[in-house]
Design a protein around this ligand. Sequence first.
Ligand code: GRF
Length: 189
Amino acid sequence: MALKKVDTAVFISGNGTNLKNLIRFSLSKKSPIKIKFVVSNNKNAKGLRYPKKFNINFKVYSFINESKSENRILKDLKNKKIKLICLAGFMKVLSKSFIKKFGYKILNIHPSLLPKYKGLNTHKRVIENKEKFSGCTVHYVNSKLDSGKIILQKKVKIRKKENYKVLERKIQKQEHILYPKAIMKVFSP
Ligand code: GRF
C-alpha cells in the first residue's frame, strides 16, 4: 500500500520557479509530499500563476501587521492539516513564535553555500568577492536568517568573467534538482 503523502504548504514572494518545480515533483509517484496550499505575502507574485494552473489552494497575507498575518497563516495551516512548510523565495523571516507554534518541519532553499553569503544579493556579492565556487543549500528553518541545520548542498564552479545573472541562472537550475532531493532525504525511512 502506498504511504500517505505529507500535506505541504509552499511559501513564495516572487517568480515561483522553485514552487513550479516542487509542484511537478509532488505529483510524481515517488514524492513523499503533496502540495495542498500556497502562501504569499505579495499579491503580485508571478509565482501565484502556478497554484491557479494546478488548481491548488492559495492565499495572500498582507504582513502589514506581521504577527497578525502569522497567526492567520497558522490558523489556516491547522485547518488544512499542513505538516510541512517549504519556503521558496519567501522574503519574510518567520518569527520564533510562528516556528514554535507550527511545530512541524520548515525547510528553505538559499542560493549560496551556507554558512557563507546569508541574506540578499548573494550572487552579486559572490562575484564581487571573486569566489571560485558558489552553489545552493536546502536547510531547516530556525528564527535566525539562513542559519538552520543544513540538509543538502550543491556546489557549482564559477567561470572567469561570469556575471552574476548567468551565475543566478546556473544555480537556479541546481536548486530545482536539490530541493526535491533534500525532501526525499528528510522523509526517507
Ligand atoms: C531562489 O534563488 C531561492 O534560492 C531564493 O529565492 C529564489 C526564489 O526563486 N531563496 P523562485 O521564486 O523560486 O524562482
